[in-house]
Design a binder for this molecule. Sequence first.
Ligand code: CUA
Length: 174
Amino acid sequence: MISTVYAISLAGMAFIAAVFIFVIKNSKEVEADYPSVIQKWYGVRGKWFIFLAILGITVTFLSTSPYPIADQEKTYEDNEHQVVKVGAHQWYWTMVPNTVESGKPVAFYVTGEDVNHGFGVYDDNLTLVAQTQAMPGYTNKLIHTFDKPGKYKILCLEYCGLAHHAMITELTVN
Ligand code: CUA
């Protein structure tokens, strides 16, 4: 048994040694071929890069047009948009008013009253439709136009202590 294992090991070592010898013997030829390989594949690489760049730009353009986030810098006349004041507290929301109209831009003015929170607006399928941070000492403006009426959920998006999960309120969109 031991001599069989010994023989198999020797044969294996001989095979590996043969592979090494073969590679070393042939490495000169490979070196000679190398410049032509370089020339061919560097050319392919250049074309591949151009193809990927065009593909990337096209996909980016198509998938962000129209751009999914409203223009946050746009200014509205007073009668063109609705204003909602949002305060985030440990662990509840204040939101005045808590009813808005669909089809008309809403400007949420969001602040944190104690620590950092995240203001997340979700539709009935719990899909996030808009979000911003609620930070103490800052008021973040978030412009969003609701395109369908319904009950939207406001959830906290940033861990803010023990009852973070309980920071839920509702926004009615008529
Ligand atoms: Cu507030 Cu998490």
